[in-house]
Structure formats: C-alpha cells, structure tokens
Ligand binder design. Structure first.
Ligand SMILES: [Zn+2]
Length: 268
C-alpha cells in the first residue's frame, strides 16, 4: 500500500538529535509520503542552520522564530532582521508564542507577550504564517492573536480547552495534530471536536512521537493522519487529501513557489 502525500507542518530538524543521520531521516520521510517538512527554529542559530539545510534538501521549508521561553528582546530583534533579509525563502515565522508552563512570573510573561506581539505584526506585514506554541497558554495566545488581528495562524500541539480552540477556528486559524494523538486523550478529544477544515498534521520531531521513549521523526506524521481518519470516521486517503488542502490554504504561496507545478491540489 502506498502512503498518501502529506506535509509535516512543524518539526525541529536543526535539533542535535538529527545531526548524525538527517539524510536518512529525510529519506524515510520521503518514502512515507512526506512531501514537505516545515522546519521551525528556536533561535537565530537554528534559523541559519535551517536555511542552509533547505538549500541542500528540497524537502525542508525553513522557518525562523524565537522559542517563547527565551525572554530576550535583543535576540528577537536579530531574528526580525533575519526574517526581513530572507523572507522570500521562509515558509513561516516560528516557533513563536507563549509558554506559561515554564514561565510563571507575570513580568516575564509580559516580555513573552511583547515579543510574540512583535512577531504577529511582522506576520501581518508580510503575510508570513505564524507557527505558534501555546503551552498552558492556549486561551491567552488566541486572545492575543485576535487582538493583533493575526490572519495566518497555525497553533501547534494545542493543549488548551476545546472551547478556546473553537474561538481560533472562528478566526480561520489552523490546529496541527502530532503523532502523540495515538496515545493522548486530550489530543484525541481536541481532534474530534475541531472541524476537518481546521486540521493540519505535524510531528514536532524529535518529541511528541507515537512512542514517548523514542526519538520522533517526520515519517511518523502518517500515524497522526491515520488516527485522525479513525477519529473522524473517514478513509485515510480522504483525510490526507483534506489535510493537504488545508496546508495549501495556509502555506500555499511558498509550497508553489519552491517547486512550481508539482504540488497542485488536483494531483492524483
Ligand atoms: Zn515545536
């Protein structure tokens, strides 16, 4: 059986866990039907590394962002400059957002919000999608996105309430489901309640895999697709088709630009 085409919309390929065997990891992904991987960055160093990798491996679409636990405005500014100089090559701004799990002090959270607000405005300015982290801050992240009138938004590994997610759905935001959905009741419940038109898949490699004790990798994105198909009561093929359409709705421009013609929605 050939696996359906799918795009992994959030993975950390610059992580050191992949330093020794990235080409093999990408080969396995390709074999598993993965057509593109949106590779998010946590620092400026990541952004540079991902841009280099994307020139070597066409499977990789690089993103640049500052992980929300870095409370460093000067670093955010350097990433801002990087985004300005490389925006034609970038698929997204990410990983950015809020993390109230690790950051507990109100004054630190205010720095987080300031940096996030800044990236939201940059996204609006250039139409670059935001790839958003919102750990223990789902409702707050969506509220800030709405206040700043963010238009192109992916909320990754959303751990907030379904009711908060549905407010994001109203605004046209997308929610990416990782392979840990095979074992996470919270992710299953969220996926069940979200409309098909708001779903994407991701891996968050090297974490959030089907097996918590093992390194996750993009090929495992198919576990998320098949579990979603089961939860939604539709075929895997149909599920994959819908996910591909949704991914194009959010990321279309760069998916087409990078490789004109090869990923049309009507492909068999
Ligand atoms: Zn991540």
């Amino acid at each position: 059986m050939t696996l359906p085409s799918v795009i992994d919309t959030h993975a950390h390929l610059s992580a050191e866990e992949f330093d020794h065997d990235l080409p093999e990891v990408l080969k396995r992904a390709e074999k598993a039907g993965v057509r593109r991987i949106i590779a998010v960055g946590e620092t400026l160093q990541d952004a540079r590394k991902l841009l280099d990798l994307s020139r070597k491996f066409p499977l990789i679409l690089p993103a640049a962002g500052l992980y929300p636990t870095y409370l460093d405005v000067a670093h955010a500014r350097r990433i801002h400059d990087f985004i300005l100089s490389h925006r034609e090559s970038l698929a997204a701004i990410g990983e950015v957002g809020l993390d109230y799990w690790k950051v507990k002090e109100e004054e630190d959270r205010e720095i987080q919000r300031e940096i996030f607000r800044h990236f939201i405005r940059l996204s609006n300015q250039f139409g670059l999608p935001l790839n958003v982290h919102s750990r223990s801050a789902g409702h707050q992240a969506i509220a800030l996105l709405l206040r700043e009138k963010a238009r192109k938004v992916q909320l990754h590994a959303f751990d907030g309430r379904v009711s908060a997610a549905l407010v994001g759905v109203e605004a046209g935001y997308f929610f990416s489901i990782p392979p840990s959905v095979v074992r996470s009741r919270q992710k299953q419940k969220l996926a069940k309640r979200l409309p098909l038109s708001a779903l994407l898949v991701e891996t968050d490699s090297p974490v959030l895999g089907p097996d918590p004790g093992k390194r996750n990798e993009p090929a495992n994105v198919q576990d998320a697709v098949s579990t979603l198909a089961e939860l939604k009561g539709i075929s895997i093929g149909k599920m994959a088709e819908i996910l591909m359409e949704n991914t194009f709705r959010l990321y279309g421009a760069i998916l087409n630009d990078k490789d004109p013609g090869s990923y049309s929605l009507t492909e068999g």
